[in-house]
Ligand binder design. Structure first.
Ligand SMILES: Nc1ncnc2c1ncn2[C@@H]1O[C@H](COP(=O)(O)OP(=O)(O)OP(=O)(O)O)[C@@H](O)[C@H]1O
Ligand SMILES: [Mg+2]
Length: 291
């Protein structure tokens, strides 16, 4: 079944931007170990993420956010439902586990750079190992992309020689060198202080402006969600379903003056109310911790 592609106002406004991947999540349910522990993590969840959209996912701890990301990425199978990437069925009833592919690149909370390779060689690794580029072409492309991201001075350093923020930026460049349609991020800046986070946000938005890749970004930080997102999807307590979608109609490029605006504050409040409601339910149900 083909997914009907909608033209967004963003795409109409900038025809040069090519489509990066619409994700269509349809009635997805995920039950871990149905014969044993039988944990329903996602229940009949539907969500359409437009090509080039920055879609932020928030919700109580343990509600099923990472599970959904893992199903999209092809790390976990689904129990029922379907997920499409543009017109391609990633997973569904006859194919519960999506293939893992360079069209969907994942950046996790805990860094995954090879500590024995320089940042440059980490970034060059993907296209080289997949045989898409020769070693020297991959290194040239990696150098160009690191330069574009303002990281040329640290390109030859090893992950242990740079700050965690710098390493995290390199990881995103490493994901983007594969020219993915979708970037899947699971709380990539969770352990960072507010100032480092703000630098990360600016760097991510700069990379997004260059690529217009579709972004599926899980976070517990509601200011981060509003600052970065086109929409913020609030998930219910486990099992995850979409509870509320907050549209962030704030023009880009965005800068940090936004954080003190009334419009920003009201959007954070609106999101917080919805998350809080679900976090209380999770707490009362004995889930691990509040969001
Ligand atoms: N492999 C697994 N087997 C059984 N249960 C699992 C497995 N992975 C996750 N779960 C359970 O599924 C539920 C959803 O977990 P998930 O990690 O998706 O939540 P989350 O929303 O990402 O939480 P957090 O905000 O804490 O990262 C939790 O109850 C978790 O314990
Ligand atoms: Mg998680």
């Amino acid at each position: 079944m083909a997914v009907k592609k909608k033209k967004t106002s963003r795409q109409k406004a900038s025809p040069a931007v090519r489509e990066r991947g619409t994700i269509s999540i349809r009635n997805v349910t995920k039950i871990y170990d149905p014969e044993g522990v039988n944990v329903m993590a996602v229940d009949n969840c539907s969500l359409e993420i437009e090509a080039g959209e920055v879609c932020m996912i928030v919700g109580p701890s343990g509600c099923g956010k990472t599970t959904l990301l893992n199903v999209i990425a092809g790390f976990h199978s689904l129990t029922s439902g379907e997920i499409y990437l543009d017109d391609e069925l990633l997973c569904g009833p006859d194919k519960p586990l999506a293939n893992q592919g360079a069209d969907r690149m994942v950046v996790f909370q805990n860094g995954a750079l090879f500590p024995w390779k320089s940042l440059l060689d980490n970034v060059a690794y993907g296209p080289m190992v997949q045989g898409i580029l020769s070693k020297s072409d991959a290194r040239d492309k990696a150098r160009d992309m690191l330069a574009e991201a303002g990281m040329i001075d640290v390109a030859d350093k090893f992950p242990g020689e740079v700050s965690s923020g710098m390493a995290r930026r390199a990881e995103i460049v490493r994901a983007l060198i594969n020219d993915p349609k979708v970037l899947l991020l699971d709380e990539p800046y969770r352990a960072m202080d507010a100032l480092t986070k703000s630098i990360m946000h600016e760097a991510l938005l700069a990379m997004y402006d260059r690529t217009k890749v579709t972004i599926f970004f899980i976070t517990h930080d509601l200011e981060e969600a509003i600052f970065l997102g086109d929409r913020v999807v609030v998930m219910t307590t486990r099992p995850a379903r979409t509870k509320k979608i907050v549209s962030v109609k704030i023009p880009r490029p965005r800068d940090y003056k936004l954080l003190s605006s009334e419009q920003f504050r009201l959007l954070v409040e609106e999101t917080k109310d919805a998350v809080h409601e679900e976090a209380i339910k999770a707490f009362e149900a004995g889930e691990r911790e509040l969001a």
